[in-house]
Design a binder for this molecule. Structure first.
Ligand code: 0O2
Length: 212
C-alpha cells in the first residue's frame, strides 16, 4: 500500500474514532445534566500510526491483507475514570449500547500484565456509515483510572526511549510504581462517597458563584 491507499484504508477508522469520542463524551454530559454521577472523567481517541500498524502486524505475524481483522486497535478510544468501580460501570454501559457490538473483553485489572499494566479493554465492532454503505470496523476501548493512565503514559514513553528494551532496574521500579498507583486507587475507593459528595458540593457552589 502507498500513502494514498493508507489514507483511504484509515478513513473509516478515523470516522469511527471521532464518532465514538463524541458519543462517549455525550454520555458524560448527559449524566451530568441529569444530576447523576458520571463515571467518565474524560475521553480521548486516536488512530494508530501507519508505522505502528506495520510494526504490530510484523510482531503478530498478520499479513497485510488481514490487518482489518488481525489488528484490533487501529481505532482506539480511552476512557478515564476516577474510581476502579466506575470502570466496570462504564464497561456495562458500553455492553448495553445498540450502536456497536461487543466482540470480546480483556480484564487487565484482575489479570494485570507482567509490566504492571492495568486497564480494561473492550474490543467492539462499530458500523461506520460511508457513502457506499455501512462498513463495520474493529475498535479497542480502553477503560482505566486516572492513576492507571498516568502509569501507562509514563511506561509507554520510557519504552519508546529505550526502544522496548527497558533496563531491569527501570522495569522493577515501574512494577513498584504500578502497585503504588493501584494502592492509590484502592485508598481513594475506600473514601469514595466522601469524595463524590465533596465534588458535588464544590460544583454546586461554583454554579451559585457564577450566577451571582
Ligand atoms: P499504542 O501505542 O498504545 O497503540 P500483546 O502485545 O499481545 O500483549 P495486544 O494483542 O497488542 O497485546 O493487545 P492488548 O494487550 O490489548 O494491548 C493493546 C494496547 O494496550 C497497547 O497498544 C497499549 O495501548 C495497551 N497496553 C497493553 N500492554 C501495555 C503495557 O504493558 N504498557 C502500556 N503502557 N500499554 C499497554 P500498543 O499497540 O502496544 O500501543
Amino acid at each position: 500500500m502507498d500513502g494514498r491507499d493508507w489514507g483511504k484504508f484509515l478513513l473509516p477508522y478515523e470516522q469511527a474514532t471521532e464518532e465514538l469520542k463524541v458519543k462517549l463524551k455525550a454520555l458524560r454530559s448527559e449524566l451530568k445534566a441529569r444530576d447523576e454521577y458520571a463515571p467518565i472523567e474524560f475521553v480521548t481517541g486516536r488512530v494508530k500510526r501507519v508505522s505502528s500498524i506495520l510494526a504490530k502486524a510484523r510482531k503478530l505475524s498478520v499479513p497485510l491483507d488481514r490487518i482489518e481483522l488481525g489488528i484490533e486497535d487501529i481505532a482506539g478510544i480511552r476512557i478515564m475514570c476516577q474510581f476502579v468501580d466506575d470502570i466496570y460501570r462504564v464497561a456495562e454501559m458500553i455492553r448495553l449500547r445498540k450502536d456497536l457490538k461487543l466482540v470480546y473483553e480483556k480484564d487487565y485489572i484482575t489479570n494485570y500484565k507482567e509490566s504492571g499494566y492495568r486497564s480494561y479493554h473492550l474490543i467492539v465492532e462499530y458500523p461506520v456509515q460511508t457513502s457506499i454503505g455501512s462498513k463495520p470496523v474493529l475498535a479497542e476501548i480502553q477503560i482505566r483510572t486516572l492513576s492507571m493512565n498516568f502509569w501507562a503514559t509514563i511506561e509507554h514513553s520510557l519504552n519508546y526511549k529505550y526502544r522496548d528494551q527497558l533496563p531491569i532496574h527501570v522495569k522493577e521500579r515501574l512494577r513498584n510504581a504500578a502497585e503504588a498507583a493501584f494502592l492509590l486507587d484502592t485508598e481513594m475507593s475506600s473514601i469514595r462517597q466522601e469524595i463524590v459528595d465533596a465534588q458535588q458540593d464544590f460544583e454546586e457552589s461554583s454554579v451559585v458563584v457564577r450566577r451571582v
